[in-house]
Design a protein around this ligand. Structure first.
Ligand SMILES: [Zn+2]
Length: 420
């Protein structure tokens, strides 16, 4: 199997892309490698050996290096309905910290914006820990503060399932967008200087967060809904609001978020396979066993999303969040080595280096600095940390007790064991 870095044209544009990425930091907003490692080896990093190429999946040290990645946001992802979410969140943070320690010659923990320039200077791959889904805070701010202590600097408020405090774009709403605790959570993330990520949140929840947040927000792995109407993609009004917050939308490689024909085909197959499933959760259902041949998503189609976002949001408000998750990827965007080829394609399409260096990482860096500054400002206001809640939210009901009307009868059988 040829690696993506061995494909692609090695023309003048490719040379210029490589030169660009030698100086401009490349910051990718989302990678599910920690979940892939948990599934593949139970988190045994020595047995898995990230120093080898793993052609069965998409991310390892050789290909991150070939991809010229300066900072990879590593997601401590967990499915919304998993048992013991508080423990699993910590296990995934622990896995990332163990990965950093085992490969200390390669990875460098990124805890503040100034670490990014240091990673670039030292030729290391910066790892910025995100938590994808706050189900593991169990309705309390104390775990959020402890995650910050452990190095978490970006939090995706929810995943495919709605939580009592924030609604997901791929589930029935249960929080009316953002609950009172959801508002407290956003305020605490601002105070701690953690980047708020609205990928997966419903548009209603996302707009409520933007209104409440004192700091810029990001969509760490979402595309344009206008080009591909998958519910995980952002409508124009949300993209504009994120840009007005001084935040960014990071375009993603997930094939069904890129190609509308592919998304429509998958929806149709899922509806036929699970006729009783709730339409609100169809997108979050796992893939049926027999998909048959599907139209591919391509690098060119991905570039169309980037160009749409650049036009709508402006070049200061777009980034890249590949979302490699161990599953199928678009043609030309197969693995973590593809970034030089991707930037070469954008150069061929006429984009200048000013725009591309912002897209690569300067925009994310600006957001991170600004989020840190807001945190320091709030600290100067001498606002004490709010107490952990005494009155707890009810836990998200156990899967078996949730009504078929809410989840669809097959949701749990099909709960997706991976992130998108
Ligand atoms: Zn995701």
């Amino acid at each position: 199997m040829a690696l993506a870095r061995e494909i692609g044209r090695k023309d003048g544009a490719h040379k210029r892309a490589v030169e660009l990425l030698k100086t401009a930091p490349l910051i990718d907003g989302h990678n599910d490698l920690p979940w892939v490692l948990r599934k593949a080896s139970g988190g045994d990093l020595v047995a898995y050996d990230l120093t080898k190429v793993h052609p069965e999946t998409d991310t390892d040290i050789p290909r991150l290096k070939a991809g010229m990645v300066t900072v990879q946001v590593m997601a401590a992802f967990l499915p919304s309905e998993i048992a013991n979410p508080a423990t699993v969140t910590l296990e995934q943070i622990d896995l990332i910290r163990r990965m950093e320690a085992l490969h200390a010659d390669v990875f460098m923990p990124v805890r503040r914006a100034t670490d990014i320039a240091a990673a670039k200077r030292k030729g290391k791959i910066g790892t910025l820990i995100s938590v994808e889904g706050t189900v593991g805070c169990e309705g309390s701010l104390a775990p959020i503060r402890m995650w910050h202590q452990l190095g978490v600097r970006l939090i995706t408020l929810c995943h495919n399932g709605s939580l009592p405090w924030v609604d997901s774009s791929t589930d029935r709403p249960i929080a009316n967008g953002l609950s009172n605790f959801g508002h407290e959570l956003v305020a605490e993330l601002n105070r701690l200087g953690i980047i708020v990520d609205l990928s997966h949140a419903s548009p209603q929840a996302a707009h409520a967060v933007i209104k409440a947040s004192r700091a810029p927000v990001v969509l760490s792995h979402s595309n344009a809904h206008a080009l591909c109407p998958h519910p995980r993609n952002a409508p124009d009004s949300l993209i504009r609001a994120v840009a007005e917050s001084e935040g960014i939308i990071m375009a993603t490689f997930v094939p069904s978020f890129i190609n509308p024909e592919l998304w429509k085909r998958i929806e149709k197959i899922k509806r036929a396979h699970w006729p009783n499933a709730d339409p609100a959760v169809i997108a979050a259902l796992d893939d049926p066993p027999d998909f048959g041949p599907l139209p591919p998503a391509t690098l060119a189609q991905f570039c169309e999303h980037v160009e749409y976002l650049l036009k709508l949001a402006g070049p200061d408000h777009v980034g890249i969040g590949g979302d490699f998750y161990g599953g199928p990827q678009p043609v030309g965007l197969e693995d973590a080595s593809v970034y030089p080829a991707l930037f070469a394609e954008l150069i061929r399409r006429g984009h200048g280096e000013q725009v591309l260096s912002r897209l690569a990482g300067a925009n994310f860096l600006r957001v991170m600095r600004r989020v840190e500054r807001v945190g320091r400002t709030i600290e100067k206001e001498h606002q004490p940390a709010p107490k952990a809640r005494v009155r707890r939210h009810a836990r998200r009901p156990a899967a078996s007790s949730r009504s078929a009307a809410v989840l669809g009868t097959v949701r749990m059988a099909a709960a997706k064991p991976k992130s998108r």
